[in-house]
Design a protein around this ligand. Sequence first.
Ligand code: ATR
Length: 263
Amino acid sequence: MKKYLVIGNPIEHSLSPKLHNYWLKKNNIEANYDKKKLNENHLKNIISEVKEEKINGINVTVPFKKAVIPFLDELSPEAKETQSVNTIYLQNGTTIGHNTDIAGFELAIKYAKYDVSNKKIFILGAGGVSPSIIYSLKKMKASKIILTNRTKKKAENLKNLFKDIEIIDWGETIDFDMIINATSIGLKNEDALKFDYSANGPNKFFYDVIYNPRETIFLKRAKLFGNRTENGKMMFIYQAHQAFTIWNKLMPEIDDEVINLME
Ligand code: ATR
């Protein structure tokens, strides 16, 4: 029986097992996908289990997307350029770290039928998912990417990876076509981002990487001010879809049942 894992800390709320196990069952694949909470000093061992074929694939979530890199044999170009790994697999005896958040974001934006090309994009947050979103936006030909983060140093580190992004101070606002919440503010229902919703819009595109709760205060307020909103559910589904396809060499179906499963 094949074995897959998602690793992170915390990990209790991850919906990856639910989604992957659904697809495994639906495609009659004898495998189990589990979640494991661990600490940074366990990363080396768990990755060696992929090499020994005791584990067939690992998804990596916050806060280890960068920390796993030293323990992998090779990185895909996407993982290398973002310094972020969310999918690990073995190919010809070599452990490979790949990033499916990039494609996940791109496919989610296409699913939402939003055209990023020539748009000005404002990103809030410089955490684990931000480099993937920047990479994806650049690929989709956004005209300008502006980023802000409470801890400015982390925003500046991202500018080392992506030279042409602009960094502004936390709390400052600028003119944008699309704004993305890539912080963890909103994960708890009562969390609210301090943001002047009247400064921009209406008719801007507000995107939140968070999908649970389904509608963060950020999205609720944006809607009240006449903007278009979207949560991170499809990004989550598409990144999982890409990982599943790599591991199992088949593309599972994304139907209404799958989408509803993530509610
Ligand atoms: P990590 O920072 O370990 O990669 P993450 O969940 O991917 O974890 O990222 C959390 C993001 O939310 C960060 O951008 C974080 O800002 P800091 O870098 O300043 O920590 C942001 N964040 C979380 N809580 C916040 C808060 N109360 N106010 C502002 N930003 C917050």
